[in-house]
Ligand binder design. Structure first.
Ligand code: FE
Ligand code: FE
Ligand code: FE
Length: 233
């Protein structure tokens, strides 16, 4: 590669972005299909529509700069999409997979933000103000998409994946318990405290704990176990 001027560097950037966006036109539908959360799927689908407009915008940039858009492959985007494909083909917990899809998509957006930001600056320095403005428009869209993905990551999406982790901590002998036992209403937990007061037993009580009136031994024991588990977190 040989650069004789900033204009040639800008040309290289614009062609690289043209290749990157073109690759994303094929990758985004696969990301959308792989997403479980309807919100995440909508984010991918809407960004696909936006990406179509971004490619057209790059055509206008090229026309404005008097250059041809084709002739380069963005190898970074190729790699990022390959990584995204690994997530797309992954199996396991759907909420965890959605979280991984968000991460893969944000890596893509960050690459675009870096490349559009630099290209916009070069265009401005060269006095190519129309091109600079068009590049800034796309830059703003990429930033907004990144923020939307962050919001999705902060919302219930990743929370669900995080809870899976809490429900089954590594090496916890109680890990095999069902989630329903943890998700019972708090009122039930107060019940346990009352039972403990009546029986005079503490958290270390075992199968020898006396059975309170009206309770079956199995029920009491399970409840006490749950309290131990909660406090042990
Ligand atoms: Fe884009
Ligand atoms: Fe590139
Ligand atoms: Fe994008």
């Amino acid at each position: 590669m040989k650069f004789n001027s900033l204009h040639e560097v800008l040309t290289d950037y614009v062609r690289d972005l043209y290749s990157a966006e073109s690759q994303l036109l094929k990758a985004l539908p696969r990301m959308a299909k792989a997403a479980t959360s309807p919100d995440l799927r909508a984010a991918f689908t809407e960004h696909l529509e936006q990406t179509h407009r971004q490619v057209k915008r790059l055509d206008r940039v090229c026309a404005d700069l008097g250059i041809k858009p084709r002739g380069k492959t963005c190898r970074a985007m190729k790699g990022l999409i390959e990584e995204g494909q690994e997530v797309i083909s992954s199996t396991g917990d759907p909420a965890a997979k959605d979280a991984a899809l968000i991460g893969a998509a944000q890596k893509v957006e960050h690459y675009e933000i870096a490349a559009y930001g630099t290209a916009k600056t070069f265009a401005r320095v060269l006095g190519e103000l129309t091109a600079a403005d068009l590049l800034r428009e796309t830059l703003d869209e990429e930033k907004a998409t990144d923020e939307r993905l962050t919001a999705l990551a902060e919302s219930g999406l990743n929370q669900e994946a995080a809870e899976e982790e809490v429900d089954a901590p590594r090496g916890d002998p109680l890990a095999a318990r069902t989630t329903e036992e943890f998700d019972e209403p708090d009122e039930d937990e107060e019940d346990v405290e009352e039972t403990e007061m009546r029986t005079g037993e503490d958290d270390d009580s075992d199968a020898a704990a006396p059975t309170p009136r009206g309770e079956t031994p199995g029920k009491t024991r399970r409840r006490v176990d749950k309290t131990v588990t909660r406090r042990g977190r």
